[in-house]
Design a protein around this ligand. Structure first.
Ligand code: NAD
Length: 280
């Protein structure tokens, strides 16, 4: 990691911030961005306190032209780009497919799937030119396992996994010097569940008691691993060149469940959901 130039989107909170700090400790030079300017400034202060070099920018990953311009800006600023962590994401709400608003579906795919595609495509020529590139795309446990009320989220995260695995085949096939890692975190203690409710309230959606209950259960029972531990696991995986990093025992269990019981796991998931959240 020493002196590598690493780009992290969604670096103003949670896993993105923890990754910035972890890579700073390992000697990387950083390009950090987010739509949350206050959160991003806090991350930048913490990273600078560790002595790392940092470039910050307001960047909405759904804005294709802005991401393309940003890639050129970072490449011009540092002269080289080695790693991109496409991390920015939202959970997209806790409604069933039947009850979901189109706006929430569009936004979830725009941030989680197109955000990753934009970041990958915009930076790829620079990563190839570096001679030692690495694309790290953050999927989820829900890029492996489906769960009720996460239709758009699962679509985006399964999509990230497929897109990233295609990229890996292309880098191998083309003999390009770019490693490719897809990350599947399980529950990590971050703002992600609460952010969804805040966003819904800001946009004037009525948040139901069921949705509030889901957020509470997520925060109290499911989002457990500290973000700095998740960041260490991800950074270790990247340093080893791992094609796939599962973060946490929950992600590993979900992976095994789906692999060994592909037809029956949905029933198991529904039973677990009923125990956690009550009957739908
Ligand atoms: N926390 C978990 O349990 C968990 C589990 C699996 C996967 N993930 C994934 O990890 C990634 C990071 O999530 P987190 O848990 O740290 O959440 P978080 O809410 O703490 O951080 C997400 C960051 O992304 C930023 N963001 C949102 N929309 C954006 C946009 N359009 N453009 C740029 N930035 C934007 C937010 O401002 C925020 O700073 C996400 O992709 C998420 O889906 C998280």
């Amino acid at each position: 990691m020493k002196d590598k130039v690493a780009v992290i989107t969604g670096a103003g909170s949670g896993i993105g911030r923890a990754l910035a700090l972890e890579l700073a400790r390992r000697g990387a030079r950083l390009a950090l961005s987010d739509v949350n300017d206050a959160g991003l400034a806090e991350t930048a202060d913490q990273v600078k306190a560790l002595g790392a070099e940092v470039h910050t920018a307001h960047l909405d990953v759904t804005d294709r032209a802005a991401v393309e311009a940003y890639a050129s800006t970072v490449a011009a600023h540092y002269g080289v780009v080695h790693q991109v962590y496409n991390n920015a994401g939202i959970s997209g709400g806790g409604r069933t497919i039947l009850d979901s608003d189109w706006a929430a579906i569009d936004q979830t795919l725009a941030v989680n799937l197109f955000g990753v595609i934009h970041g990958t495509k915009a930076f790829l020529p620079h990563l190839i030119a570096s001679g030692d590139g690495h694309v790290v795309n953050i999927s989820s446990l829900n890029g492996i396992m489906a769960q009720p009320t996460l239709g758009a989220y699962c679509a985006s995260k399964f999509g990230v996994r497929g897109f990233t695995e295609v990229l890996r085949t292309e880098m191998i096939n083309g003999g390009h010097p770019v490693k490719v890692t897809v990350v599947h975190p399980g529950g990590v203690k971050t703002d992600i569940a609460s952010a969804t409710l805040r966003m819904a309230q800001t946009e004037g959606y009525e948040v139901s008691a069921t949705e509030k209950n889901r957020m509470r259960v997520y925060n109290e029972k499911l989002l457990k691993m500290p973000a700095d531990q998740a960041a260490r696991i991800i950074a270790d995986g990247v340093q080893k060149g791992a094609p796939r990093v599962r973060v946490g025992n929950d992600a590993k269990m979900a992976d095994r469940l789906v692999r060994f019981l592909p037809r029956y796991y949905p029933k198991f998931v529904v039973n677990l959901e009923r125990r956690l959240f009550g009957k739908a």
